[in-house]
Ligand binder design. Structure first.
Ligand code: NAD
Length: 281
């Protein structure tokens, strides 16, 4: 008999999310009866603090797993029986699975970026990297960069306190690396970088423009974008026009879903097919 999976996404303003159709298409391609429901707290008139109750309701309805997004990635932690070591270190959960041992919180945002980075920018130098943006996405990408071997990470955020807070927490997790917080970089500093991760909302329709000028980067530098709506941001287009190696934000969005689907079903999804689902949506 076909194995049935019921999965959900809890968060605010998520009705347009591409994660549900990505999961459903790939889950069905893998031969499962796979249903993915959106549980938007705004639509449902719930408060983020009700995440524990919403989770209990999901289990009562027979959900196998629940993805969690803004603004619940931290709020959910006290509601869970256990966390994976990485989710614990990051202090953020975007997937909850349930088994004989109880509920387990995972973080596939950072593994999704790691996967996308390895697939999309294989072999690039990562010694000295700047990351623009130290918010939720930036916590995951910064962790992934240090995990990938970055020795000196410059965290840049125009709200310096945010860069400082993330630099402190990542510096504690990776004590043999250097993580500095800045509110801007000068042209010479940009010129010495191996690459840049862009993790601010700049480039989205509501936040047009670019957060920095790629003209300052060395010709050997790479650029990884986290914004995926639109997929080809102004920043990516400018970097490509300069001939730089680039990674679009869609790869991270697909990567987190690939890893989540694997954790939920125990079957390794076809990452390239999931990318094709994503591009088709
Ligand atoms: P956030 O609000 O938590 O963090 C953004 C940070 O960028 C803030 O600290 C802000 O001060 C800083 N910032 C904004 N403009 C800046 C600028 N011009 N220069 C320097 N710093 C600036 O947001 P978030 O949740 O981290 O999301 C950021 C972007 O990442 C959004 O576009 C989101 O859609 C995208 N995202 C993508 C994925 C993916 O899978 N590809 C996953 C999560 C988020």
């Amino acid at each position: 008999m076909t194995r049935r999976y019921l999965v959900g996404l809890i968060g605010a303003g998520i009705t347009e999310s591409l994660t549900p159709p990505m999961h459903e298409r790939e889950g069905r391609a893998l031969g499962f009866d796979y249903e993915y429901r959106v549980l938007d707290i705004l639509e449902l008139g719930r408060r983020p603090e009700e995440i524990g109750a919403m989770l209990a309701e999901a289990w009562a309805e027979g959900f196998d797993a629940v993805n969690v997004t803004h603004p619940c990635k931290q709020l959910i932690i006290p509601e869970l029986d256990a966390l994976t070591p990485d989710a614990e270190r990051l202090g953020a959960v975007n997937l909850v699975t349930r088994g004989a041992e109880g509920t387990l919180g995972h973080n596939t945002d950072w593994t999704g970026f790691r996967r996308s980075f390895a697939d999309g920018l294989p072999g690039v130098a990562v010694d000295l990297v700047a990351q623009i943006g130290a918010g939720g996405a930036g916590a995951a990408t910064g962790y992934a960069l240090l995990d990938a071997g970055t020795r000196h990470l410059l965290l840049v955020d125009d709200e310096l306190e945010r860069a400082e807070a993330l630099a402190r927490s990542l510096g504690e997790l990776f004590p043999d690396r250097r993580v500095d917080a800045r509110n801007a970089l000068n042209t010479a500093e940009f010129g010495g970088l191996d690459g840049v991760v862009h993790a601010t909302p700049t480039g989205m329709k509501e936040h047009p423009g670019t957060a920095f000028d790629v003209a300052a980067l060395a010709p050997t530098a790479w650029l990884a974008e986290v914004v995926y709506r639109p997929l080809d941001t102004e920043l990516l287009l400018a970097a490509r026009a300069r001939g730089l190696r680039t990674l679009d934000g869609g790869r991270m969005a697909v990567g987190q879903a690939v890893d989540a689907l694997h954790l939920i079903t125990g079957v390794e999804p076809d990452a390239e097919r999931m990318r094709a689902h994503f591009l088709d949506l």
